[in-house]
Design a protein around this ligand. Structure first.
Ligand code: 13P
Ligand code: SF4
Length: 311
């Protein structure tokens, strides 16, 4: 909980810097509470591209803030915690793309999860997020699709779009991959009738236990709109803050119960983004995001194609 003095300073700084704050659901609750918009990575990328302001504070990890800068190059983009990075964003070798392009020629599209570096995006034909990946892959003209960097999301897409040949890379999210199917089965046994909601970054054997698979926003919507009492949530614990707010707003506070795997999934990078750091970056204009011009054009092309194909 931020002090009254800090909240007053934040309000004054926001006005002075003509700033908008975007936050992902995985950052600390007090950072989410300061945000003008909290959302999943697709929602936040669209907001960054369209919102009118001078300064954008992006409470999230590096690939999210970089995407915001690419889609909105004239804004000053600040990261409250500039060292917050997503390990999966680096899990791809250029040789994997070269080998697929060599093998499939013109009948290959490289689809790149936004959880990736700008260099990876620039190597690719289109970006996707967890909420639009299936739709975008379905809409691609090419039959063969190399999906990078996430193995598990790629596997999920293959199941949803069997008409395509999806070639997989071996990247993964350490936080989602650590969710054990045994933990989920135990929760199901303890709470019969509970709805299992999972993020597609979970391994396929966890997704096999799920009733609903979707992005962070999708999971939140399912939990809020559902008529069931019990929900088992297989994604990062940070989503609970928004779920509780929305459940309370719907008049259902105390009527629903939410359970997470016992090894509570926390993203070690996102969780370093705090409310205090949001205020500090606005105060000091620290953590400014600059993109490398050598990859910016290619990365922007792949992101823009995502926005077009997902619409
Ligand atoms: P969403 O696109 O669902 O917000 O997920 C982003 C992410 O990093 C999940 O680990
Ligand atoms: Fe990356 Fe996983 Fe954290 Fe999402 S939860 S930002 S994929 S490390």
């Amino acid at each position: 909980m931020l002090s009254k003095a800090l909240l007053e300073e934040f309000a004054e700084l926001k006005e002075r810097r003509n700033a908008v704050v975007l936050a992902h659901y995985y950052v600390q609750n007090d950072a989410q509470d300061l945000a003008d918009f909290v959302g999943d990575s697709y929602f936040l990328a669209r907001k960054a591209a369209t919102i009118d302001c001078e300064t954008l504070v992006f409470a999230g990890v590096e690939f999210m803030a970089e995407s915001a800068k690419l889609l909105s190059p004239n804004k000053r983009v600040l990261m409250p915690e500039p060292t917050a990075d997503c390990p999966m964003a680096h899990m791809l070798e250029k040789a994997t793309i070269d080998a697929a392009r060599e093998k499939y020629g013109d009948d290959l599209a490289v689809a790149c999860y936004v959880n990736s570096t700008n260099q990876m995006k620039a190597w690719s034909d289109v970006c996707v997020t967890s909420s639009n990946a299936v739709r975008i892959v379905e809409r691609l003209e090419e039959h063969n699709v190399l999906f990078v960097p996430d193995l598990h999301l790629g596997h999920y897409i293959q199941e949803q779009v069997p008409s395509k040949n999806i070639i997989l890379n071996d990247g993964f999210c350490p936080t989602h991959e650590a969710i054990e199917v045994a933990e989920v089965k135990l929760l199901k046994a303890e709470h019969p009738g509970a709805v299992v909601c999972a993020h597609p970054e979970c391994a396929s054997w966890v997704l096999d236990e799920a009733d609903y698979i979707g992005s962070t926003s999708g999971i939140i919507e399912r939990c809020v709109a559902g008529s069931e009492q019990d929900y088992i949530i297989c994604t990062v614990h940070g989503v609970l803050h928004e779920i509780e707010k929305q459940v309370a707003a719907a008049g259902d506070a105390g009527k629903k119960r939410f359970y997470f795997p016992a090894t509570t999934p926390i993203c070690p990078n996102m969780s370093r983004v705090t409310g205090e750091k949001v205020v500090a970056c606005l105060r000091d204009l620290s953590g400014e995001v600059f993109v490398d011009e050598s990859t910016a054009e290619g990365a922007r092309r792949a992101l823009t194609r995502m926005l077009e194909l997902a619409a």
